[in-house]
Design a protein around this ligand. Structure first.
Ligand SMILES: Cc1ncc(COP(=O)(O)O)c(C=O)c1O
Length: 428
């Protein structure tokens, strides 16, 4: 095995500094380096080249600092970064602090700038069509403020959007008299065709924008975006997609989706540092989407974007490298396998009802389970956390009263069984 001179484990100087920094954390009562974390860093020290299609899920689990006795099933809210990403981010940060101007406006900025190319490959577009943002909400606002909507223009969306994908349109409705129309999504729908027809029915001549989630945050329904794009294009409207819940778990190609703009949060399924996201705007849509933030181009640093979180952006590149290394297709297969196990186990529970679509093109990595009357989603989520060390998301929106379970590559069959057993016990 080659020696990694930048590693805190093998390079004595870096290791000393690293441990000193960790010691300061410990003294402050934060203790980031428990034995699990240290083990994870050891594993990441075995370098990205050592991760490959044969690396087992159990080995990959060692990359995550999540405590072993805790089951984390809320990746849909925030994903944990693997230690490879942590190391790359820390390292960039440590370099930066040695000469902030020289590095942030020099070599580190050049590295951060290259991240757009990696991100563009990851989403299937050109680097001129992608910019690095802080999250989906920011990207959706950037899109919306770049479309000069006028009083009376209409935006068509669904009744299952996350606030981060819809506040940008609500602002227009409040301040400029734009009208928002909403398709009511059936739960679960019968087919992709049913969903396309529901959108088509609500399209009007003055529908300027159709704004939908690729995967809804409530039930994990994956909308048939490319089929929806056909009817939206025929109507001459712009198609904007909130992709917060897809890339990283599901393979996404924005060109195949055929949307005009796509926003995502890299800190969810892409396992990137918190506060990192991506924005895609199709080159042909630039005339119609002209965002203020990108007026000087989509580079990481411009007059209009200002100084950025360079280590976080470099960490985003590391996350993409990590996912590519493990394999996007392999990840999706694994996530779908765990999700299927969850889905069928939930269906067998005597009380409650699965609110998400069955396995297939309309499903994703999220499964929501509606609770029987008398059981509140937030109190059950609290009990799962305190009594069983299982972390899930309560979903009260749309009258669901559900718990949402999200699974990623660090989860296992055993964890899924543990969750199912805990639910059986709590709902008995
Ligand atoms: C569909 C959807 N859109 C937007 C967001 C907001 O994400 P962020 O806080 O990263 O902007 C979320 C967060 O869960 C989401 O699920």
């Amino acid at each position: 095995m080659k020696t990694n001179t930048n590693s805190p484990v093998t390079n004595p100087i870096v290791r000393r500094n690293f441990l000193a920094a960790a010691g300061a954390f410990t003294a402050a009562g934060l203790d980031p380096l428990g034995p699990e974390a240290a083990a994870a860093l050891e594993l990441s020290d075995s370098k990205l080249e050592n991760l490959h299609a044969q690396t087992t899920w159990e080995q990959l689990r060692g990359q995550f600092l999540l405590p072993r006795d805790q089951v984390y099933m809320n990746n849909g809210s925030l994903g944990p970064s693997p230690s490879y990403v942590l190391q790359q981010t820390h390292q960039a940060w440590r370099e930066l602090e040695q000469d902030p101007v020289g590095l942030a406006f020099g070599p580190l900025l050049s590295r951060a700038e290259k991240v757009r190319g990696k991100a563009a490959d990851f989403l299937g577009c050109s680097s001129e069509e992608i910019s690095v943002t802080r999250n989906t909400t920011e990207a959706m606002n950037t899109i919306a403020q770049g479309i000069q909507l006028q009083k009376g223009d209409r935006v068509l969306t669904t009744d299952h959007e996350h606030p981060g994908g819809v506040v940008c349109w609500e602002y227009y409705a409040k301040r400029r008299g734009v009208v928002i129309d909403r398709v009511s999504l059936p739960g679960p729908p019968q087919s992709a065709e049913q969903l396309v027809a529901l959108i088509e029915e609500k399209l009007r001549k003055d529908t300027a924008v159709v704004s939908i989630s690729e995967v809804t945050s409530t039930t994990g329904l994956r909308l048939p975006v490319s089929q929806i794009a056909e009817v939206v294009r025929a109507n001459g409207s712009l198609l904007v997609v909130d992709g917060a819940q897809a890339p990283g778990a599901l393979q996404v190609d924005v060109k195949q989706l055929d949307c005009d703009a796509y926003a995502t949060s890299a800190h969810k399924w892409m396992l990137a540092p918190k506060g990192s996201g991506l924005l895609y705007i199709h080159q042909d849509a630039r005339q119609r989407i002209d965002p203020l933030l990108l007026q000087h181009g989509s580079q990481v640093y411009t007059a209009s974007t200002g100084t950025r979180d360079i280590p976080g952006i470099i960490g985003l590149a590391a996350a993409i490298e990590f996912l590519n290394r493990v394999g996007k297709e392999r990840i999706e297969r694994r996530v779908r396998q765990l999700r299927q196990q969850l889905y069928s186990g939930l269906q067998k529970l005597p009380r409650g009802k699965v609110a998400s679509p069955p396995d297939g093109p309309l499903s994703s990595a999220l499964v929501s389970f509606s609770l029987p009357s008398g059981v509140s989603c937030s109190s059950l989520a609290g009990t799962l956390r305190s009594r069983h060390k299982i972390i899930v998301k309560p979903v009260a929106a749309n009258g669901l009263n559900a718990i949402r379970l999200s699974v990623h590559i660090y989860n296992s069959e055993e964890e899924t069984e543990k969750l199912l057993a805990a639910l059986k016990q709590e709902l008995a």
